[in-house]
Design a protein. Structure first.
Lengths: 201, 204
């Protein structure tokens, strides 16, 4: 279906509004759905969820073991939710010598209810094309210069389980309470384009 | 399909635009909500959504932002499922509304087989005309199973609105040097691979 050559393409805003209007006129779409869904997504599906899981894993070895064995059960234990098609969450443990990084080369899948909506750069064609083949180079360009001895593990989200990285706890923060630790965990560190090791207390 | 969306390992792209400059487009959350609505109403499923994006004109795919691709797929599926017509959409939008190209036939899974953690496996040398979740860069390559995930609907069926049998997926580990010899950074590449895409490797 090629675009009608006689008229210019409507803007994305006009096109999205048109879909919404048609669905409302047909009585399919309740007026409250879009604002309610958007509020829910912005309030509940946030980076803080994953950050709290990471912080708990740092201070609680039993939780850490449960999280590494079954990330979804560990998230649900903390009250976090998943869309129906995310049936499994694989937690990837960074160490001093192993670095994990996540991508979705075919689209831009993420565990968005746990680490928050994917940032724009994650959806960039350049990231999707290059990070699988030029991982070390891309990470360096993004500010993470890994030693040559670090083993890089790239995870391509091509099926419907999801990944998150468990970063290494910064040594300077050993002994901090869980709530304070959660505040230093970034979305980038749970995708694996940054590490927190060098963070000062 | 060997579509433009299958970007992993393609060369010539540049630096990632990182960190992302802030932007605030009100139509983006609207598209996200409309797509979620259609999926909750079971007008289409996640794989049909992905395949509708893959069916976009490749030139348009590469230049459209992420949510414009979603917008195109939502509209395409609502038209294909006879929920709305393209004429209604274009009249209300006040301009042309590009849609994805028509859908072709899907396929059923391969006969069931199973693989164990630590087992060496080969990705089948298949060229699938419809929806498929095997990135081209692992086609025909040998790797090792490092993880097993619960059964999911087989995407090559689900993406075409067919009854989709469930099957497990395997996290398969490849060495980057086996995927792109002489032209990559050293890494271990892991891909979530549906069971039907894999075959046994004869032990030497």
């Amino acid at each position: 279906m090629a675009t009608d050559k006689d008229q210019p393409t409507a803007t994305p805003q006009q096109r999205a509004d048109a879909i919404q209007l048609v669905l409302r006129r047909k009585g399919e779409l309740p007026d409250t759905f879009v604002p309610d869904f958007t509020d829910h997504a912005e309030e509940e599906w946030i980076t803080d969820n994953g950050a709290r899981m990471v912080a708990r894993a740092w201070v609680n070895p039993a939780f850490r073991a449960r999280m590494l064995a079954n990330g979804k059960a560990a998230a649900e234990e903390m009250g976090f939710e998943f869309p129906a098609h995310h049936r499994h969450l694989v937690v990837l443990e960074n160490t001093a010598d192993i670095h994990n990084v996540i991508v979705c080369t075919l689209c831009s899948c993420t565990a968005y209810t746990i680490i928050g909506a994917a940032p724009d750069w994650y959806k960039d064609i350049d990231y999707r094309a290059r990070v699988v083949r030029e991982s070390r180079t891309v990470l360096r360009e993004m500010g993470l210069d890994l030693p040559p001895t670090t083993e890089i593990r790239v995870w391509d989200t091509t099926a419907d389980h999801r990944y998150m990285v468990l970063p290494v706890q910064p040594p300077a923060t050993i002994g901090w309470p869980e709530e304070k630790l959660a505040k230093i965990v970034t979305q980038d560190s749970m995708i694996g384009v940054s590490r927190l090791d060098d963070l000062k207390g | 399909v060997d579509g433009i969306h299958d970007l992993g390992g393609k060369q010539g792209f540049g630096r990632v635009n990182y960190p992302s400059p802030p932007h605030d487009e009100t139509w983006e959350p609207l598209v996200r909500a409309l797509s979620a609505f259609a999926m909750r109403k079971r007008i289409y499923n996640m794989d049909e959504m992905r395949h509708a994006i893959e069916r976009m004109d490749p030139r348009y795919y590469l230049t459209a932002p992420y949510y414009e691709r979603h917008l195109t797929a939502v509209a395409t599926l609502l038209v294909e499922k006879d929920v709305i017509t393209r004429e209604e959409l274009e009249a209300l939008a006040g301009g042309a509304f590009p849609l994805s190209s028509p859908i072709g036939p899907g396929r059923l899974p391969a006969p069931p087989q199973s693989f164990a953690i630590g087992e060496k496996v080969r990705v089948k040398n298949e060229f699938v005309p419809g929806h498929v979740r095997m990135p081209g860069y692992i086609r025909g390559k040998v790797g090792v199973v490092v993880g097993i995930s619960p059964p999911y609907p087989f995407p090559d069926s689900a993406g075409h609105g067919m009854q989709a049998p469930m099957e497990p997926t395997y996290d398969v580990r490849f060495r980057s040097r086996d995927l792109w010899p002489d032209s990559c950074d050293d890494a271990l590449n892991h891909v979530g691979v549906f069971q039907s895409y894999l075959e046994k490797v004869e032990s030497a």
